[in-house]
Design a protein around this ligand. Structure first.
Ligand code: SF4
Length: 459
């Protein structure tokens, strides 16, 4: 498991009948966006809420689902904050859940403390909720948020009137709308809609504030958006392969990114190899794209053990290494004597890909050429993806200052990384190739972890 995770997934449903089972399944379909916490709140005269440490499918009991009565409600999965959170305020009883990150959280807490406000734990969701609850209504509260928060948020607020939903003015994190018979749904990803057999309608626009209730979707406000800044990582890694985000199918994007890596190999003289393989699960779409473009056979070389625990929860490196091995075992028969192109989405610290290369070589692979869909990660993310510090980013360790501004610099870095992980060669997509493969204009993407440019400062 990479040390690169999204923080949250949000879900909201307004229905004619009891909503909890759809919400439970909805957050289960979003579980890949955060596995530490999950929660559901429903409205039935007042707010009923149950949250857990752990995944939805492992933690919710029938009794709790029975308690969560009502025909509208919200759900949440998270890596770091237990949500939704319920409040009693001048706006009545509300529950709030959000995905993203507030960059200026400390500053906002200090400012609010200076006005006599107190904080329970200072989590992002608490700051967001308190800003909203200071205003006369939820729409005014979300308007206020957009003016003072620096960061990313996709948000659902459960109230007596229905569910308010909003996406920040840059639309960093995805948020989509869907509809089924007698049901209206909001979700972080379209997969939660289509797998519940409802119809995907559209993406929530940057700065759009909606109310979802028995009248359907009503846009209550459209805030000015200086630019879009969709997280480019969604298509490369975070989102599920079966989702469509801001008009681009994730599977198609990953295939194109893998195809672009194959094209570079072909343009640079071709690569004499026997098979294309993926690091499951994140590398599969990329490897299939490489295979389609290069016509080199696709072969699975790792068996994914769905029962293994996640590697990053292990407390030390040897334990993490053991767990990583339990999670992906090598299919020795497929590998022995083969020259392998191994595709993955990104390299963070470099330890996981090092183990994979080593495992393949120990199983008898003649050569392992690593191909990485994303450009080198040079900067930590401020907007809701939990990357590590500068020091932990493998590319940054080799290039301490400055960006990868030329193919020469990229090739120099690739040689250093290949040496570090014991691969016969390493190639990344350049930033230009990456953007062109996604097919989204560069000025509509956040690429800060690759180029260091904060999209909220570059209009
Ligand atoms: S910095 Fe990177 S991970 Fe974070 S929002 Fe921007 S593109 Fe996504």
């Amino acid at each position: 498991m990479k040390s690169l995770q999204d923080n949250c997934g949000v879900f909201g449903l307004y229905a004619e009948t009891e909503c909890v089972h759809d919400i439970f399944q909805g957050i289960d379909f979003l579980q890949h966006r955060g596995q530490e916490y999950c929660g559901i709140a429903t409205f039935d005269e007042g707010i009923r809420i149950v949250t857990h440490y752990g995944k939805a499918a492992n933690t919710f009991r029938d009794q709790e689902l029975g308690y969560l009565k009502g025909t509208w409600g919200i759900g949440h999965v998270s890596l770091r904050e237990r949500q939704p959170v319920r409040w009693r305020s001048q706006l009545g009883e509300i529950a709030v859940a959000f995905g993203g990150n507030i960059v200026n959280a400390d500053e906002l807490i200090e400012e609010m403390k200076s006005r006599g406000r107190a904080f329970y734990d200072g989590y992002n969701v608490e700051i967001i909720s308190k800003i909203i609850m200071e205003e006369r209504d939820v729409v005014a509260g979300i308007r206020a948020l957009s003016k003072i928060i620096r960061g990313a948020y996709s948000l659902v607020v459960l109230t007596r009137d229905g569910i308010y939903a909003a996406r920040d003015i840059y639309a960093f994190r995805p948020l989509v709308l869907g509809q089924g018979p007698g049901k209206y749904v909001i979700a972080s990803e379209s997969r939660a809609i289509q797998n519940l057999e409802m119809e995907f309608i559209r993406d929530v626009r940057p700065g759009e504030i909606l109310l979802v209730n028995d009248k359907g979707f009503q846009t209550l406000a459209q805030l000015d958006s200086p630019r879009r800044a969709h997280c480019a990582f969604e298509w490369a890694y975070t989102a599920s392969l079966d989702s469509i985000i801001d008009g681009v199918y994730v599977q198609e994007a990953r295939n194109q990114l893998g195809g672009s890596l194959a094209q570079r190999d072909m343009d640079e003289g071709g690569l004499e190899v026997d098979i294309v393989a993926a690091v499951p699960m994140s590398g599969i779409g990329h490897a299939l794209g490489y295979h389609k473009r290069s016509k080199i056979s696709y072969q699975e070389v790792f068996l994914y053990n769905r029962y293994a625990d996640r590697s990053y929860t292990q407390s030390n490196q040897p334990a993490r290494e053991k767990m990583a091995k339990r999670k992906l075992s090598v299919l020795q028969h497929a590998v022995k004597g083969q020259r392998v192109v191994l595709c993955d989405d990104s390299i963070v610290r470099g330890t996981q890909i090092l183990y994979k290369v080593r495992d393949l070589k120990e199983a008898g692979a003649q050569q392992v050429h690593v191909r990485i869909a994303c450009p080198p990660l040079m900067y930590p993310c401020d907007f809701g993806i939990s990357t590590r510090t500068y020091e932990e980013l493998a590319a940054r360790r080799h290039f301490k200052t400055g960006n990868i501004t030329s193919m020469k610099k990229l090739r120099d870095l690739e040689a250093l990384i290949a040496d570090q992980i014991g691969a016969d060669s390493v190639k990344y997509n350049s930033l230009d190739a990456f953007v062109s493969a996604l097919g989204i204009p560069k000025q509509q993407l956040c690429l800060k972890c690759f180029d260091g440019l904060d999209p909220t400062e570059t209009q």
